[in-house]
Design a protein around this ligand. Sequence first.
Ligand code: ADP
Ligand code: MG
Length: 448
Amino acid sequence: MSALWEDALNTLRSRLSPENFETWLSPIECRNIEQHTLHLAIPNSFYAEWIGSHYLPLILDTIQAQQGGVPYTVQWTVDESLQPPTQSSPTVPSVSPSPARVTSVPKAHSGLNPKYSFDNFVVGPSNQLAYAACMSAASKSGKHGNPLFIYGGVGLGKTHLVNAVGHRFLEREARSRVLYLSAECFTNEFIWSLQNGKMDDFRNRYRNHCDLLLMDDIQFLAGREQTQEEFFHTFNALYHLDRQIVVTSDVPPKQIPGMQERLISRFQWGLVADIQAPELDTRIAILRAKAEQERIELSNDVALFLAQAIQSNVRELEGILLRLAVKADLMQRRIDLDFSKEALRSVLPCPDQATTVEDIQRAACEYFGIKIADIKSHRRHRAVAMPRMIAMYLCRQRLGTSYPELGDRFGGKDHTTVMSAVRKISSIVGDDSTVREAVQSIERKLGL
Ligand code: ADP
Ligand code: MG
């Protein structure tokens, strides 16, 4: 509908693989553009989540570059009448009926993401254990690995690995019923089923019609008693049927706040494996693999430079590579070392000095003219509560710090307080221009 969005799509089309473009960007409809906010409609909230974490920076960078440096934001609207390609009902992940469908349709339908396989997962010392454990779970060679519990920080490959388990499982046994979903999805579906009198269907699906359950980001169940109760019974039913269960989390079982003891102990019955941040060599290998996949020319010195500059997580590493490629396309430059340094400066102001929670707190306090002590206090007055929530939101979005840690760093708050602050700001940042300006201005100040 709009030339701006069309232009952006054209650039993005040349940057992404046709499969990714068709799956994730084609279904988006641009409904309106006002005050530097694009109102984009998508078929379901899962799309917003996925695009938000994988393609949004690239989309925003592309638009900003095409609009002479003016930053834009995006607001999503869910419109279920929009059809994602090659599928009829995308609302919730469902049991995979056959491997052919799994590999050819987007994750929103089958539950599995076709992009994530063992073949394109780069193994190094940091993820070797998790990789081996996942391979074993997929082949169901040992009973000792049930359940398999994988934990590690944001963007280190947990979702990739569990999806790979699903694909391998289906390659082995085409008719098996594999279910991949996030704990958040499970929660939403559970609540929906309760409210709509569909609990029998829900239980039937998860307890009786599932050979492999892949549950991502279980920490989402923190403090959700009723969903934990339901998951507990799901777990028991599957376990007793000897079905493989794989669970991921950002922390080890014992450190998930607000998780029932009986679930924590079950998570430890099988195998617990961690993923650490990748070492330099692994980061370089990942960059090379990604560049090849996306057909980006990447010289050795640039790969080394990027791998040294970005140590936090793999998603960031991939994101930077794609952004560099888009910039190079737009500016018709080659991605050499000078170009990379220059381009990275705008993305990471000091590559060797990462932004911290304290930096964000300080910048938020300066912006709103309050004291650090206020932001860490328990005062609920809007003049301090709003800056506090915005700072929490930025820490979570930009640094990926865990909720419990943020609770500590913000003067000893409960993790649920941090979670609701992050949710609140996420839900209003698109609409509320005061909040948006604050967020953008703090980000600019920190060069985020
Ligand atoms: P997490 O679920 O732990 O937050 P993801 O699985 O979403 O992380 O990984 C983030 C991105 O990094 C994905 O695009 C994934 O394919 C990629 N990635 C992570 N680790 C690796 C790896 N070892 N090899 C290849 N790609 C990786
Ligand atoms: Mg994940």
